[in-house]
Design a protein around this ligand. Structure first.
Ligand code: ZN
Length: 144
């Protein structure tokens, strides 16, 4: 199982051979198809103590997502750019999407924009000034 960062904070997505899984709520070694709720697919995999994955119930009714890793990679790149630069969200989105337009079709700007805003809000948090701090800054401000 390959683990990649999930869409929401502190979530993990599990990928095996281009299929995505969720850990079974009853057993940490059983992984069930992530599309189960929407497709009814009963695809199930088991991971043994050595980490060997066995798909013991095949996927049915949907295709594997060949781009799942590239999608995660591109998304992470956008969030890294958001953290490292002051570029507008749309510019970051377009820049990364241009690199792989086929995979980019799966992205929604609105969703990415929100994620970019969250990343930036989090970065600002430690320095976020109270109004008291702000008034002190303004008191010290002397126009030159
Ligand atoms: Zn499935």
């Amino acid at each position: 199982m390959q683990e990649i960062a999930g869409t929401r904070r502190n979530t993990v997505r599990y990928i095996y051979e281009e299929y995505e899984y969720h850990i079974d709520t009853m057993s940490p070694v059983i992984y069930r198809c992530a599309t189960r709720k929407t497709t009814g697919c009963r695809g199930t995999a088991r991971v043994d103590a050595a980490g060997v994955v066995t798909v013991y119930w095949p996927h049915k009714g949907h295709q594997p997502n060949r781009n799942v890793l590239e999608e995660a990679h591109m998304r992470q790149e956008m969030l890294d750019l958001a953290a490292r630069t002051n570029a507008p969200p749309k510019e970051i989105f377009d820049k990364v999407c241009r690199r792989n337009p086929v995979v980019a079709l799966n992205f929604s700007f609105v969703v990415i924009k929100r994620a970019i805003q969250r990343v930036r809000a989090k970065l600002r948090l430690p320095t976020s000034a109270t109004f008291q701090d702000l008034s002190e800054v303004l008191n010290d401000y002397a126009p030159t």
